[in-house]
Design a protein around this ligand. Structure first.
Ligand SMILES: [Zn+2]
Ligand SMILES: [Zn+2]
Length: 255
């Protein structure tokens, strides 16, 4: 992933703390538009400058051409308050070999997937298995992707409870494993909406922990009850795929 530096030098009489807060809103809007990843950027005051270091999937993720109504409006607001232009430059990468996000001209399908630790996009390309920057997809709602990010943070919350073990572990696991859970329903609704927006199949990743014992690959799809075990894992990761229900899953590793 790339790390960007968003910098504004206050050349007016504007209060630093106020600009600091306005900058937080800007990164919030970038996130809502899929232009930055995670909520873990550093932001600080250095002399008369406010500097923020968000993560992005592409080198030019913060380019104006990807901006939406909210990011444009917030950027202009800060520039007016500070009486100067915001400067953005790429300052580094998180991994030497990182090249880019999905570059496919047309993905065969997408997968809605995340976990407690990742800050990748919750939409993964089924063709190259790389992250798909949300801003490359048609707008989902209100100029951005808030409902997808809402599912993402719900899923991450459940996965965190499951990982931490002590509080609500079983409830959280069920949310991730059960086709009829509130979390799964929220995710499936996003899949169906994205399909109608992109005319591309969108699969939902259904978590699989230790419920199924024995010959796991012979278990059937929880949606339509047909065989969905794959002969060879897809992208070295998915062991189950149902094209009718558009679900993917993995072996639990406990069989
Ligand atoms: Zn791709
Ligand atoms: Zn099925």
């Amino acid at each position: 992933m790339y790390i960007q530096e968003i910098q504004v030098e206050i050349k007016s009489k504007a209060d630093k703390d106020e600009i600091f807060e306005e900058m937080s809103f800007l990164t919030h809007y970038y996130r809502g538009n899929g232009q930055s990843q995670g909520r873990i950027e550093s932001q600080y005051i250095a002399g008369s400058k406010i500097i923020c270091l968000p993560f992005t999937l592409e080198k030019d993720s913060l380019d104006r051409k990807y901006n939406n109504f909210y990011t444009d409006r917030q950027r202009e607001k800060i520039e007016q308050l500070c009486d100067t232009k915001i400067q953005i430059k790429t300052v580094g990468k998180t991994c030497e070999t990182y090249n880019s996000a999905c570059n496919c001209k047309k993905s065969d399908f997408y997968i809605l997937i995340t976990n407690y630790i990742t800050i990748e996009s919750p939409i993964c390309c089924g063709t190259c298995h790389q992250s798909v920057p949300l801003y490359r997809l048609p707008k989902y709602a209100d100029h951005g992707y808030a409902p997808i990010l809402s599912w993402e943070s719900n899923y991450i919350s459940c996965d965190t409870l499951q990982m931490n073990c002590e509080v609500g572990e079983r409830w959280a696991s069920n949310q991730m494993e059960d086709l009829k859970s509130t979390l799964t329903k929220q995710g499936l609704k996003i899949c169906r909406t994205l399909e109608s927006l992109t005319h591309t199949p969108v699969y939902y990743y259904l978590h699989n922990y230790s419920k199924y014992k024995g010959d796991e690959l012979s278990r059937t799809c929880p949606g339509c009850n047909s065989n969905w075990g794959l002969q060879a894992p897809l992208h070295d990761r998915y062991d189950f795929k149902c094209d009718q229900c558009r679900l993917v899953s993995t072996l639990s590793g406990f069989s």
